[in-house]
Design a protein around this ligand. Structure first.
Ligand code: GLA
Length: 386
């Protein structure tokens, strides 16, 4: 027997059978190994978003260094939707004439792009929802070249069973397209979504109502995440809503608290400001790699409070390298001295402390680290046993 052709046939057979159909490959893909990072139009632009502005945000994400710092998605929120044609296909409205050209532009920058819809008949802003058109819409988004879908309940009521069914339907429809598309569930935390969001295909799920650009709203939502840490992990994340950093309603200490807390929470970091006009301070904040590294740590552990005493809260996030990130948060309107006791954090002996906002080693400490924390502010440190 001539063994050469036999081996060739065997190898070809193996190759043929090892080739997985693309839709199966896509299903297997872990779409969000670390919390998604990007930008979304809603918090700053709301209904005043259009294709030109989206392109400008993509340009700014690259020019500002945010892309290099890890921001990836440019997400269009509500109000892009036009009418359906007589075959049921949804079309963008006059603000977004050519979706394919837009996704190609964003992709050409090395970024990815996201879109928004609702499982109901209408979106929250009253535009066309996907009800009854799930497969058709998923295919349309895939054909246009989208990589991420925020799917927003936008109905006054709904049982967890109805929600699970609706989200599963869209998850299946997205899978069927064969295109990897991140699925972001938005139903404001109803029915303890953190308990079932991953099982219906969600890569992230909103845990609360909408954030507002003020300290009280941000703090209520952020500190309110305590207890949800066991539901987050690689591929599936609690989402306490998008960032307000740079939108003007909070001072610098408060925005530092916002970003520090979201990073300790391993929350999706979806900027919500106008990236094309941000101040150098906002830009520096959003590109602080040491803070982003806390959020993006590969262990994917959501942090939790270790001490809550009046307005003082000490939060901890265990990191993959064995170090511990600690946020000393002062929720009062007065500056105050705070102390992190290493015994509360499970560390002993000599500990090296690095301040992540100052990007500076503060030295070695025993037992505890004390610091003055500004009103509504934070000191964010990374501790490593020596
Ligand atoms: C809801 C969502 C927001 C935004 C708007 C758009 O309120 O929670 O994040 O998507 O709808 O209409």
């Amino acid at each position: 027997m001539n063994w050469k052709p036999a081996i060739l046939i065997l190898v070809m057979g193996l190759i043929c059978c090892a080739v997985v159909p693309s839709h199966v490959a896509a299903q297997e893909q872990n779409l969000a190994p670390t919390p998604p990072m990007g930008w979304n139009s809603w918090n700053h632009f709301a209904e005043k978003i259009n294709a030109r502005t989206v392109r400008a945000q993509a340009d700014a994400m690259v020019a500002s260094g945010m892309k290099d710092a890890g921001f990836l998605y440019i997400n269009i929120d509500d109000t892009w939707e036009g009418k359906r044609d007589d075959k049921g296909f949804v079309h963008p409205n006059w603000k977004f004439r050519d979706m394919k050209a837009l996704t190609e532009y964003v992709h050409s920058k090395g970024l990815k792009i996201g879109l928004y819809s609702s499982p109901g008949p209408k979106t929250c802003a009253g535009f066309e929802g996907s009800l009854g058109h799930e497969e058709q819409d998923a295919q349309t988004y895939a054909d246009w070249g989208f990589d991420y879908l925020k799917y927003d309940w936008c109905q006054d009521t709904g049982t967890p069973e109805q929600m699970k069914a609706a989200y599963t339907k869209m998850h299946e429809a997205l899978k069927k397209t064969g295109r990897p598309i991140v699925l972001s569930l938005c139903q404001y935390g109803w029915g303890n979504v953190w308990e079932w969001g991953a099982s219906v295909g969600g890569n992230l799920w909103r845990t609360t109502g909408d954030i507002e650009d003020n300290y009280d709203s941000m703090a209520r939502i952020g500190f309110g995440q305590a207890g949800l840490e066991k539901y987050a992990g690689p591929g599936h994340w609690n989402d306490p809503d998008m960032l307000e950093v740079g939108n003007g309603g909070m001072n610098e200490d408060e925005y530092r608290t916002h970003l520090s807390l979201w990073s300790i929470l391993a929350a999706p970091l979806i900027a919500g400001n106008d990236l094309s006009t941000m101040t150098p301070y906002t830009q520096e904040m959003l590109t602080n790699r040491e803070v982003i590294a806390v959020d993006q740590d590969p262990a994917g552990k959501q942090g939790f409070p270790v001490v809550q005493e009046g307005p003082f809260e000490v939060w901890e996030k265990p990191m993959a390298d064995g170090s511990v990130v600690v946020g000393l948060f002062n929720r009062s309107k007065e500056a105050g001295k705070m102390t992190a006791y290493f015994s509360h954090l499970g560390i002993s002996g000599e500990v090296i402390v690095r301040d992540l906002w100052l990007k500076k080693d503060l030295g070695s400490f025993q037992e505890k680290y004390s610091v003055n924390v500004p009103a509504h502010g934070v000191v964010l440190v990374r501790l490593k046993a020596k």
